[in-house]
Ligand binder design. Structure first.
Ligand code: MCN
Length: 757
């Protein structure tokens, strides 16, 4: 059982909405029901008179406060030196609204109900403008323009790789496989809806936020950039966080609006998002279109690859926009030796909710594009899909391997992972299983994905943790990363306990504590970097604590430090055999050390194999089998890692088979605004996942660890889509874009059979 489980399963967790402060008021946001419109007038008179209403704020207040320029991280050089065009976004929309759900006014009242009732009395007059929803249309000439500062709705155009080399590779290719895919827009929907309670302290003009977050440092910097309030005047409080998946990273405009209200009213102001607001306004994920081509020689060896990306960022650049685009290039050639690569990016703005990092942040997208291309190439050439991969893997002797986009992969045993997965999935026995399915009138398909991704490196100058030893011999770990359900209280404690040789029960983990959050540097939890970053510095700090205490113990024992041995929480003098326990060294006050480190990327990799069975009569696809072999380096906690992989795989399955944020292309209305029409994965969707570990320890981390938090998603999107494609291929169905709903598959089967007749 994880350390945090008793608290969480007995309802004793403390989430953002559980916080209340004396005298607090409640906020409700008025949100646009138009996708693109000028705000002609905003009539707040009746609402102000509503009982309990204390204040109403609009875009004019946000502009007056200067809360208009959210941070963005799309800061890499564009094509021909192009700089990212980042539009302003007042914390409450001013002059114009640009997506359905955008907040344009905030009512603050004594109760949440009064704020909501009053909000309904606000009358907004709009002058409607034509919206543009599809990113390729947004980039076409003559498309409606969202922002004057972003001509052509093109926020950034960029490229990677060598166009001339790719052209030459394609010119001499024996075969070219082409495939255009869409990695659809999804809503993260963590279990805990977003919530924020802001208090202003007039004495030092500072703010305290009780908010769900993924770590303090990134959110604080983003909030500071958005509002101009110095970072040292912001404190963040969060205990339990009910899921994040990247969505908790950004500084949201609602939080800035609450700052305005808290300062203006002199009272703490609280807002709790509804589920519908969450689907419409929490940053969305993925939303990429990738037009790919793979050139092969006569023997099926890859010669070159071209990927043209259109990235839909929604109506504004989210603060975490970079991962979404840049992460795709870090492992752009996947696990293969592809000598020539060229990729182009066009980052489009559309009249939709902003898009940001979502579990994998670009890595599942590029893995999906490559792995679909490779499987399709294998089918076109009649080569076994595992064999085509084997033939093109980066060979063992090529590691450390420098990719065409400049990443350096650590060692990865690609053939070893593949062979283990083929065995686990009984690859050879597949034809029999397929025949058995056919007998019952079902279509069966098998899909494989061999993937690699970057985890670890963060933007902070370094990662730090502080260890505090008390007189009981207990150690408290202070970190600025933040678990959202990952089990960090367990794994970070295990790392420290292991290094100190003491029971795990003697180590407690405090995340983003108020007394440490301005002192310690480090990355937020995201990019599957917490174990590589915070975990590694836990180990380093524990070693440092031993050395520090060795000096103290030597004084106590009256010998030289070199004469003192440490084991299992006690120092012993070699000569006198006298011993002193860790806790005794903290007798006059806690002993504390800070461990630090800066870590680059680690490259977890894996092979996922899925089998699906499709009922052609209904179009429903069942996952018949799912196997995953992953190399995530040294494993700290096997059960947690298994849980992470399962969670990731199911999240990928959710996107492949059902989840999809849909906007009406003409009106821009959100068509999937509730769980009635936004199809979340159910427990029965992925019934049994068989997993196996294949660790090759990372040299980046002293623990040998690589990240795992996103691996399940990165592997499952392509593995599942390849399985469905394999099942439908005999019918002549070339490609179906996700989500592979029963209706979509049923239509494809029907059309294919009609065509065949
Ligand atoms: N772990 C381990 N051994 C390893 C690697 C990891 O035991 N070699 C453990 C870790 O100690 C940690 C967990 O596995 O308890 C995940 O670790 P890691 O891969 O370092 O990832 P992070 O902790 O940084 O988590 C971030 C990652 C991301 S980016 C998303 S998105 C995501 C995910 O994790 N969101 C999640 N998993 C999630 N799981 C839950 N329950 N909720 C989310 O919001």
């Amino acid at each position: 059982m994880r350390v945090e489980d008793p608290r969480l399963v007995t309802g004793a967790g403390r989430f953002a909405a559980d916080w209340n402060l004396p005298g607090q008021l409640h906020a409700h946001f008025v949100r646009s029901d138009r996708a693109h419109a000028e705000i002609v007038s905003l009539e707040t008179g009746a609402a102000r008179k509503h009982p309990g209403v204390r204040a109403i704020f609009t875009g004019a207040d946000a502009v007056r406060a200067g809360y208009t320029k959210p941070m963005h991280t799309l800061a890499f050089p564009g094509k021909g030196g192009m700089q990212t065009r980042a539009p302003e976004r007042p914390a409450l929309a001013h002059g114009k609204v640009r997506f359905v759900g955008e907040a344009l006014a905030m009512v603050v009242a004594d109760t949440a109900a009064a704020a909501q009732d009053a909000a309904e009395l606000i009358e907004v007059q709009y002058r409607e403008l034509a919206p543009v929803i599809a990113p390729e249309q947004a980039l076409a000439s003559g498309a409606p323009q969202l922002h004057e500062s972003v001509p052509g709705n093109l926020s950034l155009e960029a490229e990677a790789g060598d166009a001339a080399a790719v052209e030459a590779a394609f010119a001499r290719a024996a075969h070219v496989t082409r495939l255009k895919v869409e990695v659809t827009r999804v809503a993260p929907n963590p279990m805990e809806p977003r919530a924020c309670l802001v208090a202003h302290e007039p004495q030092d003009d500072s703010y305290t936020f009780h908010v769900c977050m993924q770590g303090v440092t990134t959110l604080r910097r983003q909030m500071s950039v958005y509002t101009g309030v110095a970072e040292d005047r912001m404190r963040f409080v969060a205990h339990d966080v009910g899921g994040g998946f990247g969505q908790r990273t950004p500084a949201y405009p609602e939080y800035c609006a609450l700052m305005l209200a808290a300062k203006d009213t002199g009272r703490p102001v609280k807002w709790v998002s509804t589920r519908s607001e969450g689907i419409a306004c929490d940053t969305h994920g993925r939303a990429n279109i990738i037009d790919g081509a793979l050139a092969l020689d006569r023997d099926g060896r890859f010669l070159g690859m071209r990927l043209d990306w259109v990235n839909d960022m929604g109506s504004y650049l989210s603060p975490a926009s970079q991962g979404h685009v840049r992460n795709t290039s870090t492992c752009m050639t996947g696990v293969y030796r592809i000598p020539a690569l060229y990729a182009s990016y066009r980052v489009a703005l559309t009249n939709t909710n902003p898009v940001s990092a979502y579990r994998g942040a670009g890595r599942p997208d590029v893995a999906y594009a490559i792995e679909r291309l490779v499987s399709r190439a294998a089918a076109e050439l009649g080569i076994d899909t595992a064999e085509l991969r084997r033939r093109n893997f980066i060979p063992p002797e090529a590691f450390p391997y420098k990719t065409p986009t400049g990443s350096t992969y650590e060692y990865a045993d690609l053939p070893g992972v593949l062979e283990k997965a083929l065995k686990l999935a009984d690859w050879r026995g597949y034809p029999k299983r397929r025949a058995r399915s056919e007998k019952t009138g079902k279509l069966r398909g098998i899909g494989i994905a061999t993937v690699i991704e970057n985890t670890g490196a963060g933007q902070a100058a370094k990662d730090e943790v502080e260890l505090e030893l008390d007189a009981r011999g207990h150690v408290t770990v202070h970190t600025v990363s933040k678990s959202q359900g990952h089990g960090h209280e367990t794994t970070l404690a295990m790392i420290v306990a292991d290094a100190l040789g003491i029971p795990r029960e003697r180590v407690a983990v405090r995340q983003c504590g108020e007394d440490r959050q301005h002192r310690l540097q480090g990355n937020h939890t995201g990019g599957s970097r917490s174990t590589v970053g915070a975990g590694s510095v836990c180990h380093i700090a524990a070693r440092k604590l031993i050395e520090h205490c060795r000096g103290l113990a030597a004084l106590e024992l009256g010998v030289e430090p070199s004469q003192v041995d440490y084991a299992k929480g006690a120092f012993r003098s070699r000569e006198s055999k006298r011993a002193v326990k860790l806790g005794e060294l903290a007798g006059t006050g806690p002993v504390s050390v800070v461990g630090e480190g800066k870590f680059g990327s680690t490259f977890p990799n894996g092979c996922h194999i899925a089998e699906v069975e499709i009922d052609p009569g209904t179009g429903a696809a069942q996952i018949a089998s799912y196997c995953a072999v992953d190399d995530i380096g040294t494993v700290i906690n096997h059960a947690i890692v298994e849980g992470q992989l399962h969670g990731g795989v199911v999240m990928g399955a959710g996107q492949i088979f059902g989840e999809h944020v849909v906007y009406d292309l003409e009106s821009g209305q959100l068509m999937t605004g509730s769980f009635m029409d936004y199809c979340m994965p159910r427990a029965g969707m992925v019934r049994a996942i068989r997993g196996a570990e294949h660790p090759t320890p990372s040299k980046v981390s002293p623990l040998g660890v690589k990240g795992v938090g996103e691996s399940g998603c990165t592997g499952s999107l392509p593995a599942l889509a390849n399985a469905v494609a394999d099942a439908l291929r005999p019918l002549g169905v070339a490609h179906l874009d996700m989500p592979l709903t029963p209706a979509k598959i049923w239509h494809a089967v029907r059309d294919a059979r009609k065509g065949g007749n």
